[in-house]
Design a binder for this molecule. Structure first.
Ligand code: NAD
Length: 295
């Protein structure tokens, strides 16, 4: 499943539908449209990234497109993902708009951003987008094992990818194993814990032994098991640092020490506080409040 081949010695993963996804991509969530997104994408391409992850909801597709056009790297060398915003109605019409903003004929991967309104309603539109050649592969995001099974049973094509919050602290082994069983590639968002656990002492100990930074260890932990990562940073030196993950390996002991940090008890659920539900939003807000009171 994991082969060499992407520039810079990075790995890639073959998806069920035959497309190949580089294991390392740049995420641009919360990177403002304009110069900041353009710079981040340009620096990532210079550092050897060949994969960019954006979304309709991020509002920065136009800047991603500008940065892709402006450099020396050919379009076909870069894997571009965007996501359907399920608050909108028509996956095909919204992808046409995305492509216009991106300045592309097709994306490599188009995913349902979250299962708002249920896991299946958007899928026929996603399949049409693929059939019309607007997306090479289609997938989902923030789908639990159960939701994944429902969409697989209902659709003609199964999702190639399920993009979920995944790192040693949110290992979700049950969901990871369900994805593997169904031949769906689990892709990690939040692979750097969104910065929250980067100072953890157990992580620091592994990083020190490996002679690497905590960020590199977190990313290596995922790619070493074939999970693609899309770390986000707007800073050039961090973008470069996050790419240096294919020239070392973690030992079995280091991998299991990191596995042991899991707080999800091996769940097959995708998200503890789903932001598209009232309960999820309330729980998320309460958690943020408690963290801020604790300082
Ligand atoms: P992340 O885990 O990639 O963390 C990013 C944060 O980590 C940065 O803001 C910075 O604070 C820190 N960081 C980055 N490099 C570092 C380094 N070398 N050393 C120390 N700290 C460092 O979080 P994310 O941005 O939420 O997730 C990555 C990408 O995943 C997003 O940009 C987006 O493309 C995607 N995403 C998807 C969903 C979804 O619902 N599908 C949700 C969130 C994010």
């Amino acid at each position: 499943m994991i082969g060499a081949g992407v520039e810079g010695g990075a790995g890639s993963r073959r998806l069920a539908d035959g497309t190949t996804m580089p294991l390392l991509g740049l995420g641009v969530y919360l990177v403002p449209d304009g110069e900041e997104t353009e710079n981040a994408v340009r620096w990532a391409l210079e550092a050897g990234y060949r994969h960019v992850d954006t979304a309709q909801a991020y509002g920065n597709e136009a800047s991603v497109g500008r940065a892709l056009r402006e450099g020396d790297v050919r379009r076909e060398e870069v894997f571009v993902t965007t996501k359907f915003n399920p608050r909108l109605e028509d996956p095909v019409a919204e992808l046409e708009r995305s492509l216009e903003r991106l300045g592309l004929d097709a994306v490599d991967l188009y995913i349902v951003h979250w299962p708002q309104g249920g896991p299946t309603w958007a899928w026929p539109g996603m399949e049409r987008a693929r059939e019309r050649g607007l997306a090479r592969a289609i997938g989902v995001s923030n789908f639990s094992a159960e939701e994944l099974e429902v969409v697989i049973a209902a659709g003609e094509f199964k999702p190639a990818v399920n993009q979920v919050k995944f790192n040693p602290f949110y290992f979700r082994r049950g969901l990871h194993d369900a994805c593997e069983r169904h031949g769906v590639a689990l892709e990690a968002w939040g692979s750097l814990t969104q910065g929250n656990e980067i100072g953890d002492s157990a992580l620091a100990a592994v990083a020190e032994r490996a002679g690497r930074t905590p960020a590199q260890v977190l990313l290596r932990w995922a790619v070493q098991r074939g999970v693609p990562v899309i770390p986000k940073s707007r800073r050039r030196e961090r973008i470069a640092e996050n790419a240096q993950i294919f020239d070392f390996a973690l030992s079995e002991g280091e991998m299991s020490a990191l596995d042991g940090l899991d707080r999800t008890e091996g769940t097959d659920v995708a998200l503890e506080n789903p932001w598209w539900t009232t309960t999820g939003r309330a729980r998320g807000l309460a958690g943020r409040l408690v963290r801020s009171l604790r300082g």
